[in-house]
Design a protein around this ligand. Structure first.
Ligand code: B12
Length: 272
């Protein structure tokens, strides 16, 4: 462990916050030796220099070699079976192991979690799986995503609202979008599914929001999502709309560019 006085050391919760991971993840890292810590009077104490060293290792691609596409595919098969069986322990284990191995969170979602959800949706649609299998799987995914959602670090890019409009009950894509945006260091107000457009407009009028991200999964409400985005833009709030099959990487890129374009437009208008 790097040299430091005991006074400089921080506890595990503060270390987890600084690393932007869940407390349990930091705990597992300490237990596995990935993060050096001293056990003092029954609690772990961590030298901040160890956090910097771990951060550097995590950010250096060659150093942690994230799992290959093949491994993700195999884990996605296991994830499918665990979700269909309602085996939440295995779902958590697969997700946390892959994250520990350095899998980016959006690759975990899109490479390992989304394919089983699509397969479950198709099987349900074809009458091969009961609706309760889908409901149980969706609830497990919501809980696990809530737990692995990263904490943005340092200065945020800005504040983004994530929702789906009235009549679209698919909350999971909004949760995935919220996780993807937090991963890209946005402050996220996650309003979930079935959000009345007029309430969304009110929310933006009374809060300092940089952009609204609308997830859109139900084809019947897709026109409402588009018209809501148009109204938001007319009211001066940047807005983007996703669709089934659009990716979280696309979302990260679009969110950055729509906010930058909006800021440029505001600057140009005030300069006039
Ligand atoms: C779970 C589920 C439900 C659950 C939702 C639970 C929940 N908490 O979310 C419930 C039971 C409520 C449900 C209901 C219905 N569902 Co449903 N559902 C699904 C299922 C299995 C998964 C949905 C999901 O989470 N998708 C997320 C991932 C898997 O896919 P994705 O959409 O590509 O997501 C990415 C993007 O959205 C992106 N993203 C998110 N936000 C944004 C924003 C931006 C800007 C960008 C760029 C990207 C982005 O992030 C995601 C990850 O990459 C899908 C199967 C499927 N193929 O998706 C069916 C599915 C979407 N449902 C379907 C249907 C038909 C329905 C119902 C109409 C069924 C019915 N007869 O009642 C109702 C509609 C309810 C309503 N009013 O909205 C169909 C839609 C078919 C279609 N295109 O017409 C599907 C495809 C199932 C099927 N094969 O038939 N459903």
């Amino acid at each position: 462990m790097a040299e430091s006085g005991l006074d400089d050391q921080i506890d595990l919760r503060a270390a987890a916050d600084r690393l932007g991971v869940h407390y349990q993840t930091a705990y597992r890292w300490v237990r596995s030796g990935k993060l050096a810590a001293e056990l003092i009077d029954g609690s772990y104490r961590i030298n901040p220099a160890e956090l910097d060293a771990l951060e550097t290792r995590r950010r250096t691609p060659a150093a942690h070699r994230p799992p290959s596409g093949e491994r993700l595919e195999r884990q996605s098969r296991r994830m499918h079976d665990a979700l269909v069986d309602g085996d939440e322990t295995s779902v958590r284990r697969i997700a946390s192991r892959l994250l520990e191995e350095g899998t980016p969170i959006i690759d975990l979602i899109e490479g390992v979690i989304v394919p089983p959800l699509r397969e479950i949706g198709t099987a349900w649609h074809n009458g091969e799986l009961s609706i309760w299998v889908e409901h149980r799987a969706s609830a497990i995914v919501e809980r696990v995503l809530g737990e692995i959602a990263p904490n943005p670090r340092g200065r945020r890019r800005g504040r983004v609202v994530v929702a789906a409009v009235s009549g679209d009950l698919h909350s999971l894509p909004t949760t995935m979008a919220a996780v993807g945006l937090r991963d890209d260091n946005w402050h996220v107000d996650h309003l979930g599914a079935d959000m009345p457009p007029e309430e969304l407009l009110d929310y933006c009028a009374s809060n300092e929001v940089d952009a609204v991200v609308l997830s859109s999964t139900n084809p019947e409400t897709a026109p409402l999502a588009e018209s809501t985005a148009t109204e938001l833009r007319a009211g001066g709030t940047a807005a983007i709309v996703g669709a089934p099959g659009s990716t979280l990487l696309q979302l990260q890129v679009e969110a950055r560019s729509v906010v930058a374009a909006h800021a440029d437009a505001v600057l140009a208008a005030t300069a006039r």
